[in-house]
Design a protein around this ligand. Structure first.
Ligand code: NDP
Length: 287
């Protein structure tokens, strides 16, 4: 009997998750069936889909736009949440443990693993406190929120968060600090960190890494970047298209990457959580 998995979203037809997870299963010799699950955009139907899937023997579900926050709320009410999901206030990975629904978020660690794979977060960079790497995250939506804890856990101590709506970045930092205080080790991590909010065009100077966590690239929008902004590495979470953000920094001499490696990285961590099997991601390419 194959193990059953789904990815729930709306829209969902474009999702590459079945392709990625079937490649992982082949790599480790597991028989799986991973399908796309369309869901109308209402919370009650999402809950019914999740409940029916696990009642029918499903092993794991991925959750994507627009249900990550709904899945977080569902686990708050009826299950458990990992620290990553709690801080992100979003769930992208669901499974059952001892009969209880568990919500986890692998997006941020998927990104961090990809940054390590690219060689952009070497131990030398992270341990060199005299020259601590400055990282900027542009965006204050769900994706930005999900990467802050994993970046801090990876050793980054200074993150400037820039957003079109500054108040959302300020609120995000305040919320995360308050939540982190409730969790021992994570409270300490946030206490040692310097997080600040600003407008996108106020970001200036030299950064080790700038991560675009906005959806601007999906509609070819150019962010209002200062002419005084520089970085060694530029990462855009969007993938599968030409990205003005990456073109901008490539022209200034930075190394660049889109978010395909993050997509594969988050999938690998979900797969590991569900099956206990680690997979190699470095040579993986998607059509
Ligand atoms: P949200 O809708 O929660 O947030 C969108 C963010 O983008 C906000 O900060 C918003 O700013 C900003 N934004 C949108 N349009 C513009 C614009 N024209 N100019 C400036 N800022 C803009 O989306 P998510 O956070 O969930 O996702 C963001 C992106 O990350 C998506 O494109 C998604 O595809 C990608 N992603 C990629 C993953 C991967 O595995 N590679 C995983 C998860 C997400 P404001 O607050 O002012 O509205």
């Amino acid at each position: 009997m194959p193990l059953h998995f789904i990815v729930i979203g709306n829209p969902i037809a474009h999702s590459k998750s079945p392709q990625i997870h079937h490649a992982f299963a082949k790599q480790v010799g597991l028989d799986i069936c991973y399908q796309r699950q369309y869901c109308p955009n209402d919370d009650a139907t999402f809950t019914a889909v999740v409940t029916a899937f696990f009642a029918g023997g499903g092993t794991g579900a991925n959750v994507t736009i627009p249900f990550k926050q709904t899945a977080h709320q569902l686990c708050q009410q009826t299950g458990k949440l990992s620290a990553e999901a709690e801080l992100a206030q979003a769930v992208n990975t669901l499974y059952r443990q001892d009969g209880v629904l568990v919500g986890h978020n692998t997006d941020g660690n998927g990104l961090v693993n990809h940054l390590h794979q690219l060689g952009w977060l070497t131990n030398k960079v992270i341990d060199d406190t005299s020259n601590a790497p400055k990282v900027a995250v542009i965006g204050a939506g769900g994706a930005a929120r999900g990467i802050i804890l994993p970046l801090l856990s990876a050793g980054i101590r200074h993150i400037d968060i820039a957003n079109r709506t500054i108040s959302k970045a300020e609120q995000m930092i305040a919320d995360m600090q308050a939540q982190a205080n409730e969790i021992d080790d994570i409270g300490r991590l946030f206490a040692q960190a310097s997080l600040s909010a600003c407008a996108i065009d106020a970001l200036a100077g030299e950064y080790h890494l700038i991560i675009n966590a906005t959806s601007a690239g999906l509609s070819d929008v150019r962010l209002p970047l200062s002419e005084h902004l520089r970085c060694q590495y530029a990462y855009d979470m969007v993938y599968g298209r030409e990205l003005p953000f990456l073109q901008h920094f490539a022209a200034l001499g930075a190394d660049t990457s889109d978010g395909m490696g993050m997509l594969i990285g988050q999938a690998a961590l979900s797969f590991e959580r569900w099956t206990g099997k680690k997979v190699a991601v470095s040579n993986m390419t998607l059509k």
